[in-house]
Design a protein around this ligand. Structure first.
Ligand SMILES: Cc1ncc(COP(=O)(O)O)c(C=O)c1O
Length: 368
């Protein structure tokens, strides 16, 4: 028998993947965590142009200077934070950014606080880094600063903040974000702020913890904002002492992000943002259709102010997700996201209105 490290072999494959594997080919897929829109044409054109002019080699490790400058301007414009181009690493999706930060920050004996329910990667990446995962139960689907404070230990190294959140779609207030930043300073830990759904906010505003503390890694990506999940283009920003260490991991696991994807991301960040607004309005409409339909069935579902997920309480989430899958609607059971959300399912509305209407009919049979 071959032996593998405990930190890898003890990790289960994502509960989201399991649902897809169980699904029939003609199922309606409300399990997806990616926008269903094509990447906007001007972004694709920039990539094609990059290929044609031979921009197909390694780039500088931390990213092409033009993109890092554009991102530095973006941080000031959209997030009100001052980040120099040297404080940015362009990565292969937000996933790589999360991984390199965890590898450089966490070692055995360190505690990592993650929202529970929370995005599946936080727990897996913490364990791969050797850390101990401490789930912080959400209050009304939000991370509450007092509850976070109760879970801090002398070994707390990292707190994940994800607003708007996957799987809940909830958006943290400025007051809460400020309180997380104060905790990070008082107890000397680092916040990893995952902001990939930054532009998918329907009510409320997006606030970056980096406005209030330097103890923070700001992680973002082109993936959700510009419907570019397959391009694998993300980035992180942090103060120099972090970047120095993160860059070593990035250099050895990735060398650099894709040259073509960087050219595309440059067009995305510097071009018209109308495409972002258009996609957001379509998502908002779908969210409202789904919410109305679920509430008419008497399902308890808070209005999510961001991302493209609904996280209703449905009783036994595993049973409901399986029954829906058997009838051809894929959702994800709340148990995939932590131990405090077994009564929920995650419904993604990154699907056409027609599919959402058909799914609602089927949900009526299972949920009523
Ligand atoms: C909260 C969150 N962070 C990060 C990611 C990964 O993003 P990327 O595709 O850029 O690696 C996802 C993808 O679903 C996500 O939902």
């Amino acid at each position: 028998m071959r032996s593998f490290t405990d930190r890898v072999s003890e990790i289960d494959i994502s509960g989201i993947r399991k649902m897809f594997e169980a699904a029939g080919t003609d199922s309606i897929n409300l399990g997806l965590g990616e926008p269903d829109f094509p990447t906007p044409a001007h972004i694709c054109d920039a990539a094609v142009d990059a290929i044609r002019r031979g921009f197909t080699r390694y780039t500088p490790g931390a990213g092409i200077p033009e993109l890092k400058s554009a991102l530095s301007e973006k941080f000031l414009r959209d997030n009100n934070i001052s980040v120099t181009p040297d404080e940015i690493i362009v990565t292969s999706g937000a996933s790589e950014a999360l991984h390199i930060a965890m590898q450089a920050l966490v070692e055995p004996g360190d505690d990592v606080l993650i929202p529970d329910p929370g995005f599946v990667s936080y727990s897996a990446l913490s364990r791969i880094a050797g850390g101990r995962v401490i789930g912080v139960p959400l209050v009304d689907l939000l991370l509450d600063p007092d509850v976070v404070a109760e879970h801090i230990t002398p070994n707390t190294k990292v707190l994940f903040v994800n607003s708007p959140s996957n799987p809940c779609g909830s958006v943290q207030s400025k007051k809460e974000i400020q309180a997380f930043a104060e905790l990070a300073e008082d107890y000397d830990f680092t916040i990893i702020s995952d902001e990939v759904y930054e532009f998918l906010i329907y009510e409320g505003e997006h606030i970056s913890p980096a406005q209030f503390t330097d103890n923070v890694i700001t992680v973002n990506a082109a993936s959700k904002t510009y419907s570019m999940t397959g391009w694998r283009l993300g980035y992180l920003a942090a103060r120099h002492e972090y970047i120095e260490q993160f860059f070593k991991v990035h250099q050895y696991v990735q060398a650099c992000a894709s040259s073509v994807a960087q050219a595309a991301a440059l067009a995305a960040v510097t071009g018209s943002q109308d495409c972002v607004r258009d996609m957001r309005e379509k998502f908002r409409k779908r969210r409202d259709i789904l919410l109305k339909g679920l509430r008419e069935m008497g399902v308890e579902c808070p209005t999510p102010n961001g991302a493209f997920y609904l996280f209703p309480r449905v009783g036994d989430g595993d049973r409901v997700a399986s029954e829906l899958a058997e009838r051809g609607v894929i959702t994800v059971p709340g148990s995939a996201f932590g131990s405090y959300s077994r009564e929920h399912i995650r419904i993604s509305y990154a699907a056409s209105e027609a599919d959402i209407m058909r799914a609602l009919d089927i949900m009526g049979d299972v949920l009523l």
